[in-house]
Ligand binder design. Structure first.
Ligand SMILES: Nc1ccn([C@@H]2O[C@H](COP(=O)(O)OP(=O)(O)OP(=O)(O)O)[C@@H](O)[C@H]2O)c(=O)n1
Ligand SMILES: C[C@](O)(CO)[C@H](O)COP(=O)(O)O
Length: 385
């Protein structure tokens, strides 16, 4: 490299992939014609911060790892270091750390097995390490009910409100990670646990459903599906209706509306966001808000409905879909949408990550919206896969 990098990304690819059960070590197994290692490295090289990229490979695969890494790097070939791994993931990370260049201040550690983690996840982690000076891990909420089991018998239900699934890349200030590895006295399942054991503080950033780890043949099939089978364009529709509640503030379309009656609901009653979520879930064939985030779920009591949008988008992305656009039609006497339509479209566009157009009408005095009893919203969504 001409400029010395201040970031290093260690991609650990030295595992054997026992649970995957293929002839090749896991990182060298192909997903739709491209190895798991190359797919991981593509995202690393697509990220915005130039980095020293360290690939940790099995002894028997060093030459193959090098040629894959050089191909992924293209003109950035000078950034590549390939090193032999160890008997455990931790030993492999340590081998990678030992080759980090002197000018590097931030280190990311990534499982090659998370082959579809997108470039923006790397950028998000780097930004957060540099702005907080802490360890940073991508995390996603646990959406299944979690049980504690003893001898095959269910012993209780675990409160999942503060549980998350943890992914990679995990990022750390370099000096603190070096120290944590130098003094590590036990095996840890991830780098954040090792870092915490040395007193390091770790925070989370939002993970990405695409960063799932390919562990079993089922995961490999899922990765193939996400990448390869185009289900083309899919449309979906969602409807939501909420009655006014004079006692509550109005949050609608992700915006606060002062001096307007709020909406009744288990959450904040934001009918616009609920209709948008239903349209997205409908287009992806993933059911609806009620079945995904039931009214009995205490996590969502009085929640701002943006949380539903985030979780819906994670499900939609996890099913291999990209949002093309959303259209929202509002029927209500209040609030008057006209003066804030542009703001509403911008806010919804930010939340959904795609263009959202908004239209509004009154119901000519007819029905519950016409009588001024509440708001009705219909949304449509277009997805591609
Ligand atoms: N000695 C090891 C073990 C694991 N890894 C890497 O750590 C990541 C996460 O590990 P896992 O998914 O458990 O991979 P394997 O150890 O290969 O899988 P298995 O446990 O099924 O053998 C993988 O990218 C893997 O290549 C590594 O570099 N060196
Ligand atoms: C590091 C890790 O990917 C975080 O989720 C995970 O702990 C490694 O997986 P393993 O199967 O426990 O090696």
């Amino acid at each position: 490299m001409t400029d010395q990098p201040t970031l290093a990304v260690i991609v650990v690819a030295a595992g054997s992939g026992t649970r995957l059960g293929q002839a090749e070590p896991k990182a060298f197994v192909e997903v739709r014609g491209v190895t798991i290692l190359e797919r991981s490295l593509d995202a690393v090289f697509d990220a915005s911060t130039p980095a020293q990229v360290i690939v940790v490979a099995p002894a028997a695969k060093l030459a193959s790892a090098k040629s894959i890494a050089l191909r992924a790097a293209g003109p950035a070939a000078g950034a590549v270091t390939v090193v032999e791994g160890g008997a455990s993931r931790q030993a492999s990370v340590a081998a990678g750390l030992a080759t980090v260049l002197p000018g590097v201040d931030t280190v990311l550690v990534h499982d090659a097995a998370r082959a579809l983690a997108p470039a923006e996840l790397f950028d998000r982690v780097v930004r957060q390490v540099r702005s907080t000076g802490r360890g940073v891990i991508p995390a996603l909420p646990v959406t299944d009910t979690v049980k504690r089991v003893a001898d095959g018998v269910v012993a209780g239900t675990v409160d999942r409100s503060d549980l998350v699934h943890v992914q990679t890349p995990q990022g750390f200030p370099r000096a603190a990670l070096d120290h944590a590895y130098a003094v590590a006295a036990a095996e840890h399942t991830d780098d954040a646990a090792l870092f915490s054991a040395d007193g390091g503080e770790v925070v989370t950033v939002e993970g990405d459903a695409r960063a799932f780890k390919i562990t079993t043949p089922w995961d490999l099939r899922r990765a193939e599906n996400v990448l390869g089978v185009s289900r083309g364009i899919r449309t979906g529709i969602g409807l939501d209706v909420h009655a006014y509640d004079e006692e509550s503030p109005l949050w609608f379309g992700g915006l606060y509306w002062p001096d307007e009656p709020g909406l009744k609901g288990h959450s904040d009653g934001d009918a616009a966001l609920h209709a948008v979520c239903d349209a997205l879930l409908s287009a992806a064939g993933l059911g609806d808000l009620g079945t995904r985030f039931g009214a009995a779920d205490e996590r969502f009591r009085d929640a701002r409905s943006e949380v539903f949008v985030r979780e819906t988008l994670a499900l939609v992305a996890g099913a291999g879909f990209t949002v093309i656009n959303v259209a929202l039609q509002i029927t209500a006497n209040r609030p008057r949408i006209g003066g804030r339509r542009g703001e509403l479209e911008r806010r919804l566009g930010e939340l959904v990550g795609a263009p959202v157009s908004v239209s509004a009408t009154t119901a000519d005095g007819l029905g519950m919206t016409g009588r001024g009893e509440g708001i009705a919203c219909i949304a449509t969504a277009l997805l591609s896969s």
